[in-house]
Design a protein around this ligand. Sequence first.
Ligand code: GLN
Length: 327
Amino acid sequence: MANQTHLGDLEVVSSPFLTVLNDLYSKYKTLNEGTLANYIPELTKVNPELFSICLVTVDGHTHEVGDYQQLFTIQSISKVFTYGLALEDHGRDYILTRVGVEPTGDAFNAIMLDEQSKRPYNPMVNAGAIATTSLIKGSGPTERLNRVLEMFQRYTGHDAFVDISVFTSERSTGHRNRAMAHLMLNFGMIDKNIEEALDLYFQQCAVMVNCQDLAVMAATLANKGTNPITGEQAVDSRYIKDILSVMYTCGMYNFAGEWAYTVGIPAKSGVCGGIMAVVPHKMGIGVFSPLLDVRGNSVRGVKVCEELSQQLGLHLFECSTNESRSG
Ligand code: GLN
C-alpha cells in the first residue's frame, strides 16, 4: 500500500507511487479555490481545471497522473535555472555581490532592495531574478536567449520554446518589473541596458514546459545536476547546494517558512500554477494546477505537496516512521 513506500528502496516503489498520485489527484480534483494570475493578461486564457502531478526518480522512473502533457509557461520556476547559469558564468563570490540569499517575507513582486548593500534580497523574487538574468553572458540578446534556451533543453531533454503571446503580454504590461530594474539601475546594481535584461527575463518566464518537464528538471537537481533521463549534465554539480538552498528558504515567497516547516523540501512555484519540488538524491516532483492563492502559489499544488511529503516521508528532517508521522 501507498503508506508503506520507502524511498531508500527505489526499485520496489513504482506502483505505490502511482497509487499515491491517483489518490491525491482524485482527492484534489474537486478543489476549485483560488484565482488565475491576471496581471499578465494572456494567463487568464488558461483552463483553470487543468491538473497534473508527476514524479521522476533519480534512476529515471516516471509516475504521472492528469494533464501531464499540457504545456504552460514556466514563469517564476525559471528563476532557479537562470540562477544556476549565472553561477556557472561568474562563480559564487561574484553573484553574491549582486544578489543576496535572504528570504524577504514579502511578495514576489515587492519593489525593494537590501538597505545596506542595495542588492535584491534573493534570486527567487522578481528583483533578484531580473538582476540574475542581466548577468547571463553572451555577445548580444540573441546569444543570451539561445544560451538560456539551451540550458532549458539540458534540463528537460528536448528543445525549448518561448510562448510569444505570453512574452508579449508580460512585456507590454510588466511595469512593476520595469520599476524594479530602474531602481537597481539607480544604485548601479544592474547594467544600463535594462530593456534587454527585462526582455530576457520575460522570455525565460514564457518558456513552455509541461508537468513532466517540471519533474524531470527537479529530478535533475536532485541528481547532482545530471538529467536522469538523458544522462546529460545540465548544471555544474558544485552549484547544486546554492540552488537548492535558496529554493528551500525563498522558493515559495512569503509562504517559504511554512512550506519548509510542513513540506520540508526545496521547491519553486510560478504564477503559471506550477510547483517544482526536489527531494535531494531521490526524486523530482512537478505539480500543475493554475488556480493560485493570495501569495501566487498553486492551491492544489501546495495541498498535493503537503500530502505527498507526509505520506512518503519526504521532509528533509523527518526522523519518524510511517506509523508515527501523522501526529
Ligand atoms: N513573469 C512573472 C513576473 O515577473 C513571474 C512571477 C511568478 O511566477 N511568481 O511577475
